[in-house]
Design a binder for this molecule. Structure first.
Ligand SMILES: *[C@@H]1O[C@H](CO)[C@@H](O)[C@H](O)[C@H]1NC(C)=O
Ligand SMILES: *[C@@H]1O[C@H](CO)[C@@H](O)[C@H](O)[C@H]1NC(C)=O
Ligand SMILES: *[C@@H]1O[C@H](CO)[C@@H](O)[C@H](O)[C@H]1NC(C)=O
Ligand SMILES: *[C@@H]1O[C@H](CO)[C@@H](O)[C@H](O)[C@H]1NC(C)=O
Ligand SMILES: *[C@@H]1O[C@H](CO)[C@@H](O)[C@H](O)[C@H]1NC(C)=O
Ligand SMILES: *[C@@H]1O[C@H](CO)[C@@H](O)[C@H](O)[C@H]1NC(C)=O
Ligand SMILES: *[C@@H]1O[C@H](CO)[C@@H](O)[C@H](O)[C@H]1NC(C)=O
Ligand SMILES: *[C@@H]1O[C@H](CO)[C@@H](O)[C@H](O)[C@H]1NC(C)=O
Ligand SMILES: *[C@@H]1O[C@H](CO)[C@@H](O)[C@H](O)[C@H]1NC(C)=O
Length: 604
């Protein structure tokens, strides 16, 4: 109603005067601005201004000059506005700010120059702003921070310099920022961490580093930032590793390392962060969380690893984490999450397990039993399609649980006695097939009780069989096959007896091609190989001789050619050479031709 009145065309001058007298009784107010007496605010936003208006009220506390066409700011532009606390210059086209522009604004707390066209910040631009607490210079085109740019800003607490083209931060750029708590250099083009510059920021508590192209976080990258509590490293697409001392000296409570290219959890660099409460490793191609490696993060409460490539969280992954209450592993490739990964599931409050190909069996019974108490953050876990019950956990009735969320204990199917006796050099295979739900995993223990792997002379095949190639006497003994799944285990033992061969006998051995006859088994042990009396065979000798001869011939030929040319040029050769050069000084001295220097050298 009031605005309507002011907007009336008829007697607009009178009304305008009246309006102004209402809103700004004793404030002189520039024509294009609106001044509010009660809040001491001057609003000149969106008024197509091309310069800072004249006659701004000297007692104004807030001045809004945003969304205009300001291009440059002159020296001492705002002198006389000593009461000003908040100045907004964002969304203009400012490309130049002169030194000492803000001199005299001794009460200014908050300065916004966001979204302009600044390319450089001359040293001294911010002089006089000793009480400034927040500075926003984001969304400009600033390329470098020079030494001492922020020198006088001893009370600055928050510096927002994101979305610039920063390629370099000079070592002493942050000198004087002794109160700075929060720094944001998001989306800069830095190619290394400005370790030296950052080390000046003794009060820094929060640091965000967005979009840097660094592949390995170096050791001591953040040294001397003793007060830093929150570190966010986001969108570093080439970051593949953290060196083990990269976070040394930090005492963080929040660490975000997301949208990088980490393929494993950086256990070693994190180890000393005993006060860490929040860890976010989302959107990294991490495939597993290993057991017993996070135990030193005593106070960890939340782990987010969303959108990764997690296939498995191993038992005891969170052992020792007594305060752990939130796990967010939405959008991974987990088929299950066993109760045994947690220190105690009683403390778990929030679980995001949605968008994983979950196999609903006894391993997830603990989750579905707690489906009404656990907070799924609005996203119910669902069984994967292969499971025939593609249902949200919420929709299972109590009666469903003992039917669906079950497992069948691993059982070895072919239990016939495998008791084999062979001669040295032969190969044998022992079978071990098991059934159960979920499908059991098979492990073999050697006669010496060591676990056997899928590589080596004695190895476990993909189908669970044990293969012993070129059996040796010391392979003799009892081997144990164990099939394990979530519901239990089953094992059988087999025995192998290898008979030694007298050194001179012919033997037959089994290979991929079938039974072979040989004078000696082809052992991996090279000491038993028959060595021929000569170190090389005939073919090698011929090749070596030919090559030696050819290189001799070519050297001789080159010598002759060289001598020929030398004899031709003899007589015409000059015994001195003159080298002209332009002395350095003439390059900076400007176009008077400069004298050319001259060397004369005698050739021997
Ligand atoms: C100033 O006025 C503009 C509209 O002209 C408004 O959007 C803005 O919020 C005002 N600023 C302040 C600080 O009140
Ligand atoms: C900074 O990076 C952006 C995006 O990668 C690019 O467009 C821009 O040209 C870079 N600026 C400089 C100064 O290198
Ligand atoms: C991420 O790492 C993988 C190998 O670990 C590499 O092939 C890929 O190029 C990397 N991606 C980027 C963006 O560097
Ligand atoms: C680490 O940070 C925590 C939480 O802010 C604090 O209580 C603790 O004293 C700090 N420890 C050291 C050694 O600075
Ligand atoms: C889990 O992560 C997703 C993606 O980052 C996020 O949107 C969601 O809020 C997180 N949930 C919780 C409970 O923190
Ligand atoms: C296991 O695989 C090997 C070769 O890969 C095969 O010869 C053997 O018959 C298989 N054993 C069983 C029990 O299927
Ligand atoms: C097999 O199960 C028994 C209990 O049934 C257990 O004591 C043993 O540790 C298990 N062995 C393995 C290798 O899991
Ligand atoms: C091979 O060894 C046996 C003893 O084990 C010996 O009687 C025989 O003469 C040997 N044969 C040759 C060809 O050396
Ligand atoms: C080769 O055989 C000898 C004795 O038979 C043994 O001492 C040595 O460790 C073996 N070497 C390898 C590489 O297996």
């Amino acid at each position: 109603m009031f605005m309507d009145l002011c907007g009336q065309r008829g007697a607009w001058t009178i009304l305008l005067l009246w309006c102004l007298s209402l809103s700004a009784a004793d404030l002189p107010c520039p024509q294009k601005c609106t001044c509010y007496r009660d809040t001491l605010e001057v609003n000149c936003s969106s008024r197509h201004l091309t310069g800072v208006p004249e006659g701004l009220p000297s007692n104004g506390k807030r001045l809004d000059l945003s969304r205009n066409q300001l291009k440059t700011l002159a020296r001492r532009q705002f002198s006389g506005l000593s009461k000003l606390e908040d100045l907004d210059l964002s969304e203009n086209i400012i490309s130049m700010i002169e030194v000492e522009t803000f001199q005299g604004l001794k009460n200014l707390r908050y300065l916004r120059i966001k979204n302009n066209r600044l390319k450089i910040l001359p040293v001294g631009v911010f002089s006089g702003l000793s009480n400034l607490q927040r500075l926003d210079i984001s969304e400009n085109e600033i390329l470098v921070f020079l030494d001492y740019t922020f020198r006088d800003m001893t009370n600055l607490q928050q510096l927002d310099a994101g979305e610039n083209d920063l390629v370099f931060i000079s070592q002493r750029a942050f000198v004087g920022l002794q109160a700075l708590k929060e720094l944001n250099v998001d989306r800069s083009n830095l190619t290394s961490i400005p370790t030296e510059a950052l080390s000046q920021l003794q009060s820094l508590t929060k640091l965000r580093l967005h979009k840097l192209t660094i592949s390995v976080l170096p050791n001591n990258a953040f040294r001397r930032l003793h007060q830093l509590r929150t570190l966010q490293i986001l969108h570093w697409p080439s970051l593949e590793a953290l060196n083990s001392n990269s976070l040394v000296g930090l005492n963080l409570t929040t660490l975000v390392l997301s949208n990088c290219n980490l393929s494993s959890v950086p256990y070693a660099p994190l180890r000393h962060l005993a006060y860490l409460r929040y860890l976010d490793l989302s959107y990294n191609p991490i495939t597993s969380i290993q057991g017993n490696l996070l135990g030193e993060l005593l106070r960890l409460q939340e782990l987010h690893l969303v959108g990764g490539s997690l296939l498995r969280i191993e038992p005891a992954a969170f052992r020792g984490l007594v305060h752990f209450r939130l796990l967010n592993v939405s959008s991974n490739r987990l088929t299950t999450l066993e109760e045994s990964v947690f220190h105690s599931v009683g403390n778990l409050q929030t679980l995001r397990l949605d968008r994983n190909p979950l196999a609903c069996d006894c391993r997830l019974l603990w989750v579905v039993r707690r489906r009404r108490r656990l907070d799924f953050d609005g996203r119910q876990p669902t069984c994967s399609a292969q499971n025939q019950h593609k249902k949200a956990f919420r929709d299972f009735s109590e009666a469903d649980l003992p039917v669906i969320f079950t497992c069948r204990r691993a059982q070895i199917v072919n239990r016939e006695l495998q008791d084999v006796s062979v001669v040295e050099g032969m190969s044998i295979r022992f079978d071990c097939r098991a059934e159960g739900y979920p499908s059991p995993s098979i492990t073999w223990l050697s006669a010496q009780q060591t676990a056997l792997s899928s590589v080596g002379r004695v190895r476990v095949l993909a189908n669970g069989s044990l293969e012993v190639r070129y059996a040796q006497v010391q392979d003799s003994g009892t081997y144990l096959c164990t099939a394990t799944n979530a519901a239990g285990n089953d094992s059988i033992s087999v025995s192998l007896q290898v008979e030694g061969l007298p050194q001179n006998r012919t033997a037959s051995y089994f290979s991929d091609e079938g039974w072979m006859e040989t004078s000696l088994p082809p052992s991996t042990n090279s000491s038993t190989r028959v060595s021929s009396p000569y170190p090389f065979d005939a073919k090698t000798l011929i090749i070596a001789t030919t090559m030696g001869f050819l290189s001799f011939l070519s050297s001789v030929a080159i010598c002759f050619v060289f001598m020929f040319f030398w004899s031709q040029s003899k007589g015409q050769i000059k015994h001195t050479a003159t080298i002209d050069f332009v002395p350095r000084s003439s390059m900076s001295g400007g176009g008077d031709g400069g004298d050319t220097g001259r060397f004369t050298m005698k050739l021997i």
